[in-house]
Design a protein around this ligand. Structure first.
Ligand SMILES: [Zn+2]
Length: 338
């Protein structure tokens, strides 16, 4: 088998690797139907998050179960399944609180940009679809695996309620799907911060009512003007930079909610500023597993079409081009098919 390996900054190779097989009785091995490049893959790709050795890549996946270990009960060969980037037993106390991405037995998936993938804790991690889904739904099902699940968590963690005024900071695929999620939760006003044409178009299609093109302090001021100096009920931070998280907190009304779902890089919060901000903060690695059944259902019933964030489809062996296109912001998100 061949798979995707990052060797260093901007050095992605699709090369021979050992074919995954069952190692633990709780494992499943799946044949990938589709995988993709994540915004978070760009941090090590750009060398901002250094790697010390050649690193297999990919954590978004859906596909057909090929084989299961002897202890797997709920997942069966030939089923179409979607899983999260974090494995979970879905039974420990942390999972029962709904935070499966911090499961006490969690492992991170990191070899999904390949035709075959081993998934630990298969019963608690994978969600089968009823029957084989139509091929045109595969991109949207893949989106539930991380990027939509993360956008959904951004909206949920920021307490988006019917009638709310929502700001989404970040116009990557997660930010765009956070717009969609806020709309599904009944937000009345959804302000997307973006200055890229294709992205603002998609944001509007997903339910954004307003677009703010200014960034940083200027962007924050614009939001305050639009909300009569009060700030928004819910602000969803989908980037992970110092500038974006400060901006998100500043745009939140007193007593409002700021969520953060972008992996932070070099972010520091100052105590007094946090104290006087008077906001609820909630975020972290999205517990996608909690939302998967609902999100899969919305996709299968064609209520939402999150697969629209994939504006480039490539065969897996062209994975390096997918990284390049996303790095250069020529594409929002690259879908890869074996
Ligand atoms: Zn658990």
């Amino acid at each position: 088998m061949r798979g995707t390996v990052l060797y260093g900054p901007r050095d992605i190779r699709y090369e021979d690797r050992e074919t995954p097989r069952i190692e633990q009785p709780t494992d499943a091995v799946i044949r990938i139907a589709a995988t993709c490049v994540c915004g978070s893959d760009l941090w090590p790709y750009r060398g901002i998050q250094p790697i010390t050795q050649p690193t297999p890549m990919g954590h978004e996946y859906c596909g057909f179960v090929e084989e299961v270990g002897s202890a797997v009960r709920l997942v069966k060969p030939e089923q179409f399944v979607v899983g999260s980037f974090a494995t979970s037993d879905n039974t420990c106390s942390v999972c029962q609180y709904g935070y499966q991405s911090s499961c006490m037995r969690r492992e991170f998936i990191s070899r999904a940009q390949a035709p075959i993938l081993r998934v630990p804790l298969a019963d608690g991690t994978l969600v089968p679809t009823p029957g084989k889904p139509a091929d045109d739904l595969v991109p949207s099902l893949l989106a539930t695996s991380d990027v939509l699940g993360t956008g959904w968590f951004a909206a949920d963690a920021a307490n988006v309620k019917p009638g709310a005024t929502v700001v989404v900071v970040g116009d990557g695929a997660v930010g765009l799907l956070a717009v969609l999620s806020a709309g599904q939760m009944g937000a009345e006003r959804i302000i997307a911060m973006s200055r890229h044409d294709t992205r603002t178009r998609l944001a509007r299609e997903f339910g954004a009512t307003d677009i703010v093109t200014e960034r940083g302090d200027e962007g924050g001021q614009r939001i305050m003007e639009m909300t009569k100096g009060v700030g928004a009920d819910s602000v969803l931070e989908c980037v992970g930079s110092q500038e974006s998280i400060l901006q998100a907190i500043h745009c939140t009304r007193k007593g409002g909610y700021t969520s953060y779902v972008g992996v932070p890089h070099a972010v520091e919060l100052e105590g007094q500023a946090l104290f006087f901000a008077h906001v609820h903060l909630h975020g972290g690695p999205a517990p996608v597993r909690r939302y998967l059944p609902k999100l899969i259902d919305l996709v299968l019933n064609r209520k939402i079409n999150p697969g629209k964030v994939f504006d480039l489809t490539l065969p897996l062996e062209k994975v390096a081009e997918g990284y390049r296109a996303m790095d250069e912001r020529r594409t929002i998100k690259a879908l890869l098919r074996p």
